[in-house]
Design a protein around this ligand. Structure first.
Ligand code: ADP
Ligand code: MG
Length: 406
């Protein structure tokens, strides 16, 4: 099952709903032709980047020292006796952070315009810089984060291509808290005046995840906002981020216990010349190429173990749910990478959590995935940082075993 099937199915006229594995191209007879997607399949991998934030004031006040060393000129990090190599290492003597976008995210945007789904995941303990890196906060970090850069790049590219191609974009923004899916843009659908208003958590109701007969994942009743400008898209990000649930634990006052997923869907209808020899009359020679792809930008919940939050009752329950999603994500990524097991028909355990279920059509297959592992350099966080490095390292192993859908 290719990642595109759900979207084409939405148009209700696609004869290839089942087992669709490529890009849909309409020729001048209006037949849908599926182009070969093998190239993308073979390039499929999970890229893993490490982002080490600087020591923050709180850590300095506690007298913390940096406990990680980056090997000069290499994407390699040492913590105690352990050494890890990733695709990229940013911060603390590694590459400067602003290059994350160019190195890791630009290729996904390129793929998006070709019709390939993609997922960016920020992983790490609470306080490690996930929200800052993604730009899903409602404070300063959101200005410098990756999502605002993604938005800029999308609109710049559309501006260049708009004469040949018709574009439509929608955004949705959800959070998964206690294994429940909540719509962070719900208030937008209620009243436009509330967009720049209060962070009132009104009208929030759990969203049901549904699976279509062709395997496509849909979210019943989800708010999908059609956006026509950078400003409109940024407003959705800001409003949803304000609505995102936060709570207090011992580790961080604004600890995020939920997974937040900002999704951009890009639809394109492009006029093309068909390749019939001897026919060069422009009007007769035009077909239409339809591409649709989505980009999930995921700010995962804190990866710390429940016991370290010192919480009880409700908070402890939340901690357990968080671990469930992250555990399932690790297992899915690991299963995707095990080519031998896949050949033996072992299924990928997407159904083990809401998070993995939701990302099902954008993880694996022809999709591109980037995991950004975030860590604090402080010695006080060494144990959690090591856990993050191990988790990220497990994801990276997939790179050498691309999935080939033959
Ligand atoms: P998380 O989302 O993982 O809980 P945050 O993104 O909220 O972590 O970051 C925790 C704190 O560290 C915030 O005060 C944030 O401003 C700061 N911070 C995170 N990353 C960086 C960075 N790369 N440079 C400077 N400060 C950062
Ligand atoms: Mg956060």
């Amino acid at each position: 099952m290719g990642p595109h099937s759900g979207y084409l199915a939405r148009f209700g006229e696609n004869p290839m709903d089942e087992g669709f594995e490529g890009l849909a191209v309409k020729n001048k007879e209006n037949d849908l032709i599926v182009t070969n997607s093998m190239e993308a399949s073979e390039n499929c991998c999970v890229k893993v980047a490490l982002h080490i934030r600087p020591l923050i004031d709180d850590e300095r006040l506690q007298g913390c020292k940096e406990c990680v060393t980056v090997t000069p000129g290499k994407p390699q990090i040492k913590i105690g006796p352990h050494s890890f190599t990733f695709d990229h290492v940013y911060g603390s003597g590694g590459a400067p952070s602003p290059t994350i976008f160019e190195d890791c995210i630009s290729p996904l945007i390129h793929g998006l315009f070709q019709g390939y789904n993609a997922t960016v995941l920020a992983y790490g303990q609470t306080g490690s810089g996930k929200t800052y890196t993604m730009g899903t906060g409602s404070g300063d970090g959101c200005q410098t984060g990756l999502i605002p850069q993604v938005m800029n790049a999308l609109f710049n590219k559309i501006e260049i291509l708009k004469d040949q191609t018709e574009f439509q974009m929608q955004v949705s923004y959800i959070e998964i808290l206690n294994e429940e899916v909540c719509d962070l843009l719900d208030s937008l659908s209620m009243k436009m005046e509330t967009i720049n208003g209060h962070a009132a958590k009104v009208g929030r109701h759990p969203i049901q995840i549904r699976e279509k007969s062709n395997g496509a994942i849909t979210l019943a009743g989800l708010t999908e906002v059609a956006v026509h400008s950078l400003r409109e898209m940024a407003t959705c990000l800001d409003q949803g981020s304000l609505n995102r649930a936060t709570g207090s634990t011992n580790m961080n006052n604004q600890s995020s216990r939920s997974h937040a997923i900002f999704t951009i869907t890009l639809e394109q209808m492009r006029k093309i010349r068909s390749a019939f020899p001897g026919n060069d009359t422009p009007d007769e020679d035009m077909g239409e190429e339809y591409f649709c792809a989505k980009l999930h930008l995921v700010d995962l919940a804190g990866s710390e173990r429940a016991k370290r939050t010192g919480s009880d009752g409700l908070r402890l329950k939340e901690g357990i749910h968080i671990n469930k999603g992250l555990l399932a994500l690790g297992n899915v990524i690991s299963a995707l990478g095990d080519e031998k097991k896949r050949k033996e028909g072992v299924h990928v355990p997407y159904r083990d959590s809401k998070l993995t279920r939701l990302l099902q059509d954008s993880l694996g297959g022809n999709s591109k995935t980037v995991m950004i592992a975030c860590i604090s350099p402080a010695d006080i966080n060494a144990e959690e940082s090591l856990n993050t490095l191990k988790y990220a390292n497990r994801a990276r192993n997939i790179q050498n075993k691309p999935i080939v859908n033959r």
